[in-house]
Structures are given as C-alpha cells and as structure tokens.
Ligand binder design. Structure first.
Ligand SMILES: [Zn+2]
Length: 525
C-alpha cells in the first residue's frame, strides 16, 4: 500500500483524531531551504489521501511570524539589520517592498508549495495571538506553571528556578521579545524584566514592570516558549494530525514535552503524530558551487512542478531523501522513475507506482491511454546535436505522429534539459571539444565574437574554475551582452552546441593553448 494511504488507514482505523485537521508549521526567519518542503508535502499527501478515502479534512499551514529574529541571514547587511535582533519577525520591515519580514520569506515559500500543488489555508501565529485564541491556553499554562516546571524537570533532569514562567512579553519600552524574562504571575498580570545581559547577540533596555500576558483585539503582547506554545497552538486551532521532522520527535525532544502539556495541563487530545526523515541536498557541493541556490525557490526553478512534487511523493516519510544533483545523474534518473510510475498508472501493472504517479499530479489525472515518453537523457543528447530536430527525432522513435500531450511533454523536457546541462550535468557529460572549428561558429554575432576575444585574456591568466566562471560572468556585464548568449558563444566554438557543462570547468579541462587557439579562430571567423 502507498505510504500516505497506509498512514491514513492507521488514522481512520484508530477511530480517533476527528474532525481531521492536518497542520504543519515553519518560522520564516529567512529564505526557506528546500528541505522544508518535505514537511509541507508529507502533510499534503496525508490530507489528499484522507480526501481520497471520502473523508472530510482541513489542511492548514502555520507561519510562526511572531518568533524573535535571533540571527541575520548572510545576505542582509549587518549594519542595517542588527537593530532588529530580538524583535518579533512580524515587526521587522520586509527586505523588499510592502509587508513585513516574515511575510516576505513566507510568501516566497508559499508560492513554491502552491506551484507544486499544496494549497493549505495559511495561518499566522501573530494572528492567533492577536485574535485572543491563545488566551485560554496561556492562562492554563501560567496557572499550572508548577506542572510545566515538573515536566521540564522530568525531561531534562534539571530543576527550573521557582521564578521561571513559560512566557515572554514584548518589552513595552524597547520592543524586544528575546530579552525579557517573566518572573511572577498573580492570575492577571505577569511581572517581567528586560535584561541588558544574558543574550550574546542583542541586549535589552533594563526596565522592570507588570503587564497582562493576554493578547487580543488586534494587539500582540508576548508569547509562550516554543515547546509550550506548540500544544497550545494545537488546541487554539483544533489540530488533530501533525507530524514533524525527526529532530523534534526524538525521545525527550520538543514533541514529548508538547504531549505531556496536552495531557497534564490543557486536557487536549494529542494529535496523530508522525516523524519524518530528513531531506538532504548535496550540501557541500551545492554551497561551493556558485549560482546554485538551495532554497525551495531555487530548486523549483530547475525541475518541472510535477517532477519536484514526485520527488516527495515517491519516498516514504520514514526514508531519507538524498537529493544530490550537482555533477550526478540524479535528475535524469528522477525523470526515468517518474516515467516508470506513469506507465504503471496507464497499464495498471503496479498499484503502488500508479498511486505514486497519481499523487504527483497537480491538476486532473491524465486519461489512461498509451503514451510515448521520451527519456529525459535522450532529449539531453538530441538538443546538443546540430541538425537534429527533437520533435522529428521523437516521432521517429515513437513510430507515428506525436499527439498534443506528447508534444507538451517534449517541450517541457527540452526546457529543463537545457537547465540541467547548464547547471548540474557532470562536466564530461557526452561533451568533447570538436577537432576543428564547428560550422555553427560562422553565425556568431559581433557581440559574441567580442566576448570571445576578451575572454581569451581571462583564460590565459586564471587556473581556478570558480574564479574564471565569475570573471567570465563579470565580462558579460562589462560588455553589456546577455550572459546566455555570451556563454553559448563558448559552447558553439568548442563543441558546436548551444549549451554545455559549466563553461569554466570545461575550458580548463583542455590544454590552454588549444582552447585559446580555438576561441581566437571563432572570434575572427
Ligand atoms: Zn526592553
């Protein structure tokens, strides 16, 4: 049985967790890594599998926009942003345009998961507080602070001080949330101080005071610490199904605390939980390779939406997804695997594969009729060969005229094959420098030739591929030539193709004199 159907069977058979309310969450503290899509998609497939069973269900995604800004992403200048450290994210301005900081990064992420077919209702934790929905939970947690201290003590084998309370106010004087400590509660107001010292990355203003911990009527005054807030949030929303990455689900981790707070403080049934594995993205190689981003948005640009969705659909949540696209065949393999599931869907040969295919579809399911699927790696080869028309070639392979759906698939694969060749393909992927200057070089434009002649001196003095790539790129800026056109001039001169592997690596993989002689000939042709 398909993994999400298995989870749903387990949920339904238990007779509990009704009404089904599936939820996941994320703090938008900066550009969101592609790995965070796993949480969204695991919940999305469970939600869809519930609907598939004819059940009613709700799917929400919560952005924790009220968490304090506790570090600055490297792409924001420290001198401009440092002053906001410690403030709730929704009170920090957006790096660009309207709205706030949290919205900016949350919306960027939301666009990606919407594009790949997950459309949960979006909730903002600041709104949960501002609407007063968290207040009952806050009161229970403050009233039963001794029970919570006991839970922490059981979990961590460490006693919390008698004046520890599970709450942080927003300092009414300096606006910071990270710096405040609550040290008293009289049933209506909390006592707090805004500490000057105690946090390495920011400092408070030093004031002491008393205030109500209850947000409401559009105003936000403070928050519960995350481990306590998680179960209060379940209660405030009515969540009945929510998993988390295995780092939160380990024994003694945040989920264990949340569970005990549900049972002993809130009397709220613990939602159905599952612990999903990590998503690994060829970490080191990606970060050392310039121009290859690791955010959800970056990866969504190099794969068609349904293929990215398929990547998550095909792997059981209990297994790690190890996606290492740089210099590997992992993307062509992914397309092959998709095609295998597509075929199973059409001929009914394997139920699990067919179901995986169904789950990876974003719009309506295609009709079950035989289809010609050109292999992604074949398309990669065809588009690099001069004088080959991809559609004609595909028609030959199929043995009859292509239908509309097939043409659409081919066009899509051509577009993504170009991206793959440029960004990820192994350096030597079927690419050899031709013996003489390719015919196609005679069509180079004046601008392209100028680029080539200037590029020669850069190649002469540079041994490092990363640096050469960057200086070639800077040269395009300097000359005001479109980078794509400029780089394609290199490929045309060397291999007679519009596209190729990363230019600098390729250039440096041949004797310099040979490459320079060739570029010179091309620029003078
Ligand atoms: Zn303060």
């Amino acid at each position: 049985m398909y993994w999400a159907d298995k989870v749903v069977k387990d949920i339904i058979d238990s007779g509990k967790f009704k009404p089904f309310w599936v939820d996941d969450m994320k703090t938008p503290s900066g550009r969101i890594h592609v790995g965070s899509l796993r949480g969204v998609l695991v919940h999305e497939f469970i939600y869809k599998a519930l609907l598939h069973k004819g059940e009613k269900a709700t799917f929400t995604y919560v952005f924790e926009d009220h968490d304090p800004m506790d570090e600055l992403p490297h792409y924001l200048p420290k001198e401009d942003w440092e002053k906001y450290l410690g403030q709730p994210l929704f009170t920090v301005p957006s790096p660009e345009g309207e709205g706030n900081y949290a919205e900016y990064f949350a919306n960027e992420f939301k666009e990606v998961f919407n594009k790949i077919g997950a459309e949960p209702e979006i909730l903002w934790v600041s709104d949960l507080y501002k609407s007063g929905k968290m207040n009952d939970g806050i009161k229970l947690c403050l009233d039963k602070v001794d029970v919570i201290r006991k839970i922490y003590e059981e979990m961590y084998k460490k006693k919390l001080p008698e004046n520890w309370y599970p709450f942080k106010v927003v300092c009414p004087n300096c606006g910071k949330e990270s710096t405040t400590n609550v040290n008293g509660w009289d049933g209506e107001k909390v006592k707090f101080e805004c500490a000057v010292e105690g946090i390495e990355w920011t400092e408070g203003c030093g004031i002491k005071g008393e205030m109500s911990p209850f947000s409401g009527e559009g105003k936000y005054v403070g928050k519960l610490p995350w481990k306590v807030e998680w179960p209060v949030k379940w209660m405030a929303i009515g969540v009945t199904v929510e998993g988390a990455g295995k780092d939160h689900m380990s024994a003694g981790g945040s989920h264990d605390i949340a569970k005990l707070i549900c049972e002993r403080v809130l009397s709220y049934p613990v939602p159905y939980a599952l612990s999903y594995e990590f998503f690994l993205l060829g970490g080191r190689k990606m970060s050392s390779s310039k121009g290859l981003g690791t955010s959800a948005k970056d990866i969504a640009e190099v794969l068609p939406a349904h293929i990215l969705r398929f990547l998550f659909a095909r792997t059981d949540y209990k297994q790690t997804i190890d996606f290492d696209p740089v210099g590997t065949m992992i993307i062509p393999d992914l397309f092959d695997e998709y095609d295998r599931c597509y075929k199973a869907y059409i001929d009914g040969s394997d139920e699990d594969l067919a179901r995986t295919f169904e789950m990876s579809q974003i719009d309506n399911l295609p009709i079950r009729e035989k289809i010609y699927l050109p292999r992604f790696r074949d398309i990669v080869n065809y588009i690099q060969m001069p004088n080959i028309d991809v559609h004609q070639k595909a028609e030959e392979m199929k043995g009859s005229k292509l239908n509309e759906v097939e043409i659409e698939i081919i066009n899509e694969r051509v577009a993504y094959a170009k991206i793959w060749l440029e960004k990820y393909a192994p350096d030597d992927f079927s690419m050899q420098m031709t013996k003489s200057l390719p015919e196609q070089a005679k069509n180079l434009t004046k601008e392209q030739k100028e680029f080539l002649s200037k590029a020669i001196s850069l190649i002469e003095k540079e041994e490092d591929a990363e640096k050469l790539q960057l200086s070639l790129y800077n040269l395009t800026k300097e000359l005001g030539i479109n980078a794509k056109e400029a780089f394609s001039a290199i490929y045309i001169s060397l291999i007679g193709k519009q596209f190729g592997p990363k230019a600098a690596h390729f250039l440096l993989s041949y004797p310099k004199s040979q490459v320079i002689e060739r570029l010179k000939a091309a620029s003078e042709s």
